[in-house]
Structures are given as C-alpha cells and as structure tokens.
Write a protein that binds this ligand. Structure first.
Ligand SMILES: CC(=O)SCCNC(=O)CCNC(=O)[C@H](O)C(C)(C)COP(=O)(O)OP(=O)(O)OC[C@H]1O[C@@H](n2cnc3c(N)ncnc32)[C@H](O)[C@@H]1OP(=O)(O)O
Ligand SMILES: CC(C)C(=O)C(=O)O
Length: 510
C-alpha cells in the first residue's frame, strides 16, 4: 500500500492563528505528543521570525527524536541559515523554503518579475541543499499561479536539488477536482524522479480537508496538516479529519500512514489547552459532540447497535469514555430509562413512565437537564417533594489557622432529631464526621468539589460531593452563600440519595 507522509505544521502554520503564541516549553510538549502520534515531519516553527521561535525549533530538534524536524524559511540566505542552525540537531533536519509564484503575489508583494523569481528559487534551493539533504520548496499561492509558469518554477526547484515540492493552496481558493488536476498535470509535465509531491490546504471555503483528500487521490506523497485544523485565517486541513477519513475509507484511498490514531484525542486536547483555541463542540472527530447523540430515534438506534449512527468507533481515536447519550427534549424513553438505570435506580414501569413525563416537562423549561435534576425528579417521585430522610437543622463550626476544627450538627430524620459533635483535620472533615454520627450512616467520601456559581464577594458557592456506599457512587449537591453550609447540605443530600438507592429509607434511620 502507498505510504503518505504526515507533515504536521501545528507549531508553525497553526501558531499563525490570530492570538496564538506558544512558549518554547509549550511547543516542546506539543512536539513530544506529535512524536507519540507518529507524524513523519514536525514543522516546529519559523526560526528567523524571532529569537524565541529559533530557540523553540532548536530545542525540539535536540529533544524530539524519531521524527524529522523542519523550519520554514523565506528564499533568503539569512532565513535559510537560521533554519539550518535551528534544525541541525535533528536526526533528519529539513529546511522548508517558499517563494510566491502567483502574479498577484509577485507583482504586489514581492515586486519581482517571473525571471527574478525563477532565479531566486534556483539560488535559494541550491543554498539550502548545500546545508541539509532534505529541502522542501513551496510555491506559495500555487493555487492561483499560472500553470505553465508553475511548471517552470517546479522544474527549476527540482534541478536545484529540492527533495519535496509543495503546491500550497495558500488562500484556500481551489475546488477539490481543480487541486487534484494540478498534481496530475504536473507529474505529466515534470520528470520528478524521487522528488516527493506535497499538498498544503487552507480552509477559506471550508474545503481544506476535501482538497487534501483529492490531492491524495491524485497521488501526492505528503500532506501538510494541523491538529484541530488551526492555522492562518480559517485554518489548515485538520490532521484528525484527514487521518480518520484515510483509515475509514481505506478501500477508496488505498494508502497508509504511520500515525497512531489512538493518540488523536489526547493531542487535540493538549493543542487546544496550550493554544487556547477551543475546539467547537460540533467539530468532526474531536468535538465534544462528535460521539454524542441527543435525539430519541438516534439514541434508540445507538443503544441497539452503535453503528446505526456512528461511523467512527471513538476508541479508534483514543476516546475511551462511554459514548454520550445527551438527555434533552429530543430524547426518547429508551435512552432515558437506560440513564436512570446507570444512575443506579431500578424503578417500576409506572415510576419510569411518570418520571419520563416529568423529565420532558422539565426539558421544556430548562436548556440543560443535568444528572442532579434527574436525581431530584427521582427523589420527588419516590418521596414526594421535601420528604427527604434527613435534613440539616443546625450547624456550628469552629476553626482557625490551627489544624484541628470542631463541628456540631443537628439533623432531623423520620425517627427523631440527633445532635452530634466531632473534630477533624479541617472544618469539612469535622462536619462530615459529625453528620456521619448524627445519621448513623457511614459512607466513604470519594470526591469533593467547590465552585462559585455567581461572581462577587457575595458569590453563591456550589458544593458537589461524591460518596461510595455499597459499591455505588452517589452524588450530592447544594448551593449556598455559606460554603460550610453548602458542604454540609451537599453531604446530607448524598446520604439521602444513598438511602433512596437502598429503597427503604425509614427503616435505616436509627
Ligand atoms: C503563507 C505563509 O504562511 S508564509 C509564512 C508567514 N509567516 C510569517 O510571516 C511569520 C513570521 N514572520 C515574521 O516574523 C516576519 O514577517 C519576518 C521576520 C519573516 C520578516 O519580517 P520583516 O523583515 O519585518 O518583513 P515584513 O514581514 O514586514 O515583510 C516581509 C518581507 O519579506 C518579503 N518576502 C515575503 N516572502 C518572501 C519569500 N518567500 N522570500 C523572500 N522574501 C519574501 C516581502 O516581500 C517583504 O519584503 P520587503 O521588506 O522587501 O517589502
Ligand atoms: C509556506 C506555505 C507552505 C504556506 O504556509 C502556505 O502557502 O499557506
């Protein structure tokens, strides 16, 4: 099977996304992850752009092995020298030099004639080839370049020793069949020998991935992509979309890469976190909704057979969490009942039907229905509103800058009122011990989270706890302006839910 090289330019073209600037440490972290993803080439930056970018390329070339490290350079001796010096520590250093070849770029930007451009391509490629064995030449804005002139440029670059010829569609202008045709016709007109052809597409018309795949069908050897599709303006072709399309439709493309696709989710998250570029929820392959199903008919289908509505197995790209059935107003009974069971409840048919009706009513009122909302509906159904087993009646906490804290609580339950005090290493531990004593319940606290739900000094604090009881994880939640009170009530809430799960709350109260 034909091998396609993956040239990753997240750290160069991706970093050209407005607002993105990565430190050397951040670039190194991403480069290490790209090596784990097993890309063939990492374009680590543009060494001549700044001392920081030079340092980043050089550090990556020194530290990241098993992959070719490349720097971009204009067709000038200074840029080429900087690229060479920065990439030199790599096992396989590569200089990627470019010069624009479209009339609009030559005339207005470079202010050069065609002859001058041909001459500069020749001298720059020769200069770079004297430094490193791998030299890639890109005819910038090749998509809008007069084809006969493009052929001349490529002939000059090949004769001067270029190892890779890239035809970037710099402004994302071409349609897939037009882009593919350029490669087919170029092969007919130029004797490329061992020289590789490369595609580099931008997403101005939303065609970057389609154009890249068309170029692969037209037999290019290398594709230039970025993680999450980040890059100048609308971005570049996204690595994950190209890679998964090649894998899923291998019978069509008949090519292979050396990528470890199971690293995709991890790489996507890392790039998003360090660049600050949020991945849209509906982004193919790596978006939060890529494997989420909201509508009842889809959820029913996926529950019966995943492939009814999922062409990609999330595990292929390293997503191991359960597939998400998002509950909302478009959900149906199958998904809702399954979710209630996953929350740990086995309810009668009548209870389930009633809950489902209440759930749909709630969906009309609330945009997002959370597990807490569903648990509250279950509580109401099982006990009637406000009929919890335990309620916190009184709380007093004494703590300071010393480790020991004391708490006194009064808890009312169906069988009476219980007051207890306890000490702890901090106020929360003291409160929870006192509540354990007052309720007679011994649950294991497995997680405690506190967050502010409103801004300002009088912010409301939300506490979410998770406890383990009888091998089940149960959550509790409360919002209050006093975080001690919110903590205590969230814990009592969790205990009440534990009792609901056991099915006989009153019998368990001491
Ligand atoms: C399509 C692409 O993505 S190309 C890569 C784009 N990436 C970047 O530009 C990021 C890094 N760039 C930079 O840090 C700066 O632009 C630098 C350091 C490269 C150059 O900075 P400056 O010297 O201040 O020049 P400035 O950016 O203002 O203008 C670019 C100059 O390079 C020239 N130029 C543009 N492309 C090339 C090229 N491939 N080869 C030679 N010269 C070129 C322009 O004609 C212009 O020359 P002029 O000053 O004689 O008019
Ligand atoms: C430098 C080249 C490859 C480029 O980024 C482009 O043309 O978009």
């Amino acid at each position: 099977m034909r091998h396609i090289q993956i040239f990753d330019t997240t750290l160069r073209d991706g970093e050209q996304s407005p607002g993105v600037s990565l430190t050397t440490g951040e670039k190194l972290e991403i480069a290490r992850q790209l090596a784990r993803l097993r890309v063939d080439v990492i374009e680590a930056g543009y060494a001549a752009a700044s001392p920081g970018d030079f340092a980043a390329v050089q550090t990556i070339a020194r530290e990241v092995k098993g992959v070719s490290i490349c720097s971009l350079a204009r067709a000038t001796e200074n840029d080429i020298m900087r690229a060479y010096e920065a990439c030199q520590p790599s096992d396989a250093p590569r200089i990627h030099l470019f010069l624009a070849t479209s009339d609009v770029h030559m005339q207005h930007k470079l202010r050069m004639t065609r002859d001058q451009v041909l001459q500069q391509v020749d001298s720059a490629v020769r200069f770079a080839r004297a430094k490193v064995p791998y030299v890639e030449f890109s005819a910038e804005d090749s998509g809008r370049t007069d084809f006969d002139f493009l052929v001349e440029v490529v002939k000059v670059a090949v004769a001067a020793g270029a190892s890779v010829i890239n035809l970037p569609d710099t402004v994302g202008y071409l349609l897939p069949h037009e882009y593919a045709q350029r490669f087919v016709r170029l092969r007919e007109r130029v004797d490329l020998g061992n020289v590789l052809l490369s595609a580099h597409c931008h997403d101005d018309l939303g065609l970057a991935v389609a154009n890249t795949l068309a170029a692969i069908e037209a037999s290019v050897d290398q594709v230039e992509v970025t993680m999450n599709g980040i890059g100048e303006r609308a971005g570049n072709a996204s690595l994950e979309e190209v890679a998964v399309a090649l894998k899923l439709r291998q019978e069509q493309y008949k090519v292979e890469t050396r990528l470890d696709l199971s690293q995709i989710a991890r790489t996507s998250k890392l790039v998003s976190r360090l660049t600050g570029m949020v991945v849209p929820a509906n982004k193919a392959v790596v978006g939060a909704n890529a494997f989420a199903h909201e509508s009842g008919i889809h959820q029913d289908g996926v529950l019966k057979e995943r492939t009814t509505y999922e062409i990609i197995n999330p595990e292929l790209v390293g997503i191991t969490e359960n597939k998400q059935l998002v509950l909302g107003k478009h959900s149906g009974r199958h998904a809702f009942f399954k979710h209630v069971e996953e929350l740990g409840y086995t309810l009668s048919d009548q209870d389930m039907q009633d809950l489902f009706k209440r759930f749909k009513d709630l969906c009309d009122k609330k945009k997002q229905v959370t597990d807490e909302d569903i648990l509250a509906l279950i509580d109401e159904r099982l006990y009637g509103e406000g009929q919890h087993a335990f309620a916190l009646d009184y709380l007093h906490v004494s703590c300071g800058n010393q480790p020991l804290a004391t708490a006194t609580v009064r808890v009312t339950g169906p069988n009476g009122v219980f007051e207890e005090a306890a000490v702890g290493n901090g106020p929360i531990e003291a409160i929870y011990r006192a509540i354990d004593r007052a309720t007679g319940e011994e649950v294991e606290l497995t997680s405690y989270q506190i967050s502010s739900v409103t801004p300002g000094q009088d912010a409301l604090g939300e506490v979410r706890v998770q406890v383990r009881a009888n091998d089940r994880l149960v959550t509790g939640r409360h919002v209050a302006s006093d975080v001690m009170e919110a903590s205590a009530r969230a814990y009592v809430d969790a205990i009440n839910r534990v009792m609901i799960l056991r099915g006989t709350p009153a019998a368990l109260v001491k």
